[in-house]
Write a protein that binds this ligand. Structure first.
Ligand SMILES: *[C@@H]1O[C@H](CO)[C@@H](O)[C@H](O)[C@H]1NC(C)=O
Ligand SMILES: *[C@@H]1O[C@H](CO)[C@@H](O)[C@H](O)[C@H]1NC(C)=O
Ligand SMILES: *[C@@H]1O[C@H](CO)[C@@H](O)[C@H](O)[C@H]1NC(C)=O
Ligand SMILES: *[C@@H]1O[C@H](CO)[C@@H](O)[C@H](O)[C@H]1NC(C)=O
Ligand SMILES: *[C@@H]1O[C@H](CO)[C@@H](O)[C@H](O)[C@H]1NC(C)=O
Length: 464
């Protein structure tokens, strides 16, 4: 690996002789991904004598960092160098970038122009560039009222662009065809804008894998996404329904054809309805976050048998009786906290891998003993802040399983444990006095206090 890299360098170095190192030289770039090796600490990647000129070696892959230098305009042939791989122009006052600014930077792969004052309609105003694969133009918000937030035009396309980030720019509309602009785009982040429509998503290239549309507050329908999408983030919009084909609400997200989808984050969207066929095509999904929505029922879905993480916290679900209908056979973490659940289905038995179950902040009145004793894989069970008044059943059975059980903020105040009646807190005083503990001995041991009948029933009922 190392020798391969060095031989490339030796080829490059002669081409560079005669050029000068650029004034802002940061380090060299070793591979895709963003790793920096500041010049001073750089161990020169092996035996320095094998590299004709150490400085030139570094220059050949240079990172130019012009962050926070008060630049206002990026002129023609901004830096006349063919060897820069990464260029950072963040945190300046740039209002304008010349069309030919980067023309001489033939090998440029990463360009970042965040935190400047580029007008929204010029955010994608770039000339054809052969090697650019990552473009970051975040936080270019201008108070200018002539700028209506539309990205209406592009100049030329960027054939290698895979990663495009345009967060928090006040973008209201995207009218260009993104598959023309960036035909092999893989990653698109438009979060934190003010998008008023997601119609432009129809023109995303088929190479798309990661799509981030959160926090646009968009009362919008999302439809016809490219089928290769793996990670989709749409939180903080106004999407009333998840569906496949027959969508009935005013706005919706159609998951039709998203066969590769692995994570979906749709929190804070006002989702009221998950139609039964919503996940029909989404068989590979592993993480699903539907927290802070308005779901009243546990979504009836099938084919979620790859799902490991499901967050339904902060909804209005009042029972989870139909959990057994759903095929959550691989679920590991299930978060149902902050709902209105009072009844729990006995049948968590299908969930062979369930490790963490959060039922805190609900209205559960009866300790779910079946779940506690019979779920083999469960490691953490949160029942904090429910209405459980009696936890005596916990002590009627010898159990050797390990379980972290949270029962804080429940109204029980006395626990019966063999001959002890343990008072844990003052009745009806749930706040300050919660830690007061007193123990009364009830005299000689007599097993009749412990009634094991209930638990025998439980054992009979459990077949797993
Ligand atoms: C560029 O320089 C700024 C400070 O001058 C630093 O915070 C930033 O991390 C640098 N960026 C890169 C990519 O090296
Ligand atoms: C860029 O530099 C090369 C040689 O270093 C020179 O021939 C060329 O004229 C320069 N181009 C511009 C636009 O300055
Ligand atoms: C959608 O609705 C139409 C007409 O109501 C029906 O024919 C079709 O089978 C439905 N499709 C699904 C997937 O439910
Ligand atoms: C469940 O969700 C709530 C609220 O969204 C969060 O505070 C809590 O930490 C989550 N529980 C687990 C076990 O992750
Ligand atoms: C306990 O849950 C109730 C709703 O059931 C909620 O109003 C209250 O704020 C919760 N208390 C705490 C300490 O979270």
């Amino acid at each position: 690996m190392l020798s391969a890299r060095l031989s490339v360098v030796l080829l490059v170095v002669p081409l560079l002789s005669g050029n000068h190192a650029p004034p802002i030289f940061v380090g060299k770039r070793r591979s895709y991904g963003v790793r920096y090796y500041p010049e001073a600490e750089n161990p020169a990647t092996g035996n320095p004598t094998s590299v004709a000129n150490h400085l030139q070696y570094c220059v050949a892959n240079s990172v130019l960092n012009f962050t926070g230098m008060g630049l206002r305009r990026v002129g023609d042939f901004f830096v006349n160098t063919t060897y820069a791989r990464e260029l950072y122009l963040d945190g300046n006052d740039i209002t304008e970038i010349s069309e030919t600014a980067f023309d001489s930077m033939k090998g440029l792969e990463i360009l970042s122009v965040s935190g400047n004052r580029l007008r929204t309609d010029k955010l994608l105003w770039f000339r054809y560039h052969e090697t650019l694969w990552r473009l970051v133009v975040d936080d270019n918000v201008v108070g200018d009222t002539t700028n209506n937030g539309n990205i209406r035009e592009m100049l030329e396309h960027l054939p290698r662009l895979e990663h495009l980030s345009m967060r928090r720019n006040g973008i209201t509309r995207v009218e260009i065809q993104l598959d023309k602009f960036a035909p092999i785009l893989n990653w698109l982040d438009l979060s934190g804008n003010k998008l008023e429509s997601f119609d432009f998503l129809v023109n995303l290239p088929r190479t798309m894998r990661n799509l981030y549309l959160q926090d646009n507050g968009c009362l919008c329908t999302i439809n016809n996404l490219p089928s290769g999408i793996e990670h989709l983030q749409v939180s903080g919009n106004r999407i009333a329904e998840l569906c496949n084909e027959n969508c009935s609400e005013q706005t919706w997200l159609s998951l039709k054809g998203l066969k590769k989808l692995r994570t979906l984050t749709a929190s804070r969207d006002g989702i009221r309805l998950v139609s039964e066929d919503a996940f029909k095509d989404v068989t590979q999904i592993e993480r699903l976050d539907l927290s802070w929505n308005e779901l009243r029922f546990y979504p009836k879905t099938r084919s979620l048998n790859q799902l490991k993480y499901l967050d339904l916290s902060h909804n209005q679900i009042n029972e989870v009786m139909n959990l057994c209908d759903s095929i959550l056979t691989s679920i590991e973490t299930l978060n149902l906290s902050h709902n209105h659940i009072s009844m729990i289905d006995k049948n968590f038995a299908n969930m062979m891998y369930l490790r963490t179950l959060d039922l805190s902040n609900n209205r559960i009145a009866i300790l779910p003993t079946l779940l506690i004793f019979n779920s083999r894989s469960l490691e953490v069970l949160l029942l904090t802040n429910n209405s459980i008044e009696d936890i005596d059943d916990l002590f009627k059975k010898n159990s050797f399983k390990e379980l972290e059980l949270h029962l804080e903020d429940n109204p029980f105040s006395v626990v019966q444990y063999y001959n002890f009646q343990v008072h844990l807190k003052q009745r009806d005083a749930r706040s300050e006095l919660t830690n007061r503990v007193s123990i009364e001995s009830l005299g000689d041991a007599d097993d009749d206090i412990v009634n094991t009948d209930d638990l025998d029933d439980i054992d009979d009922a459990s077949q797993y």
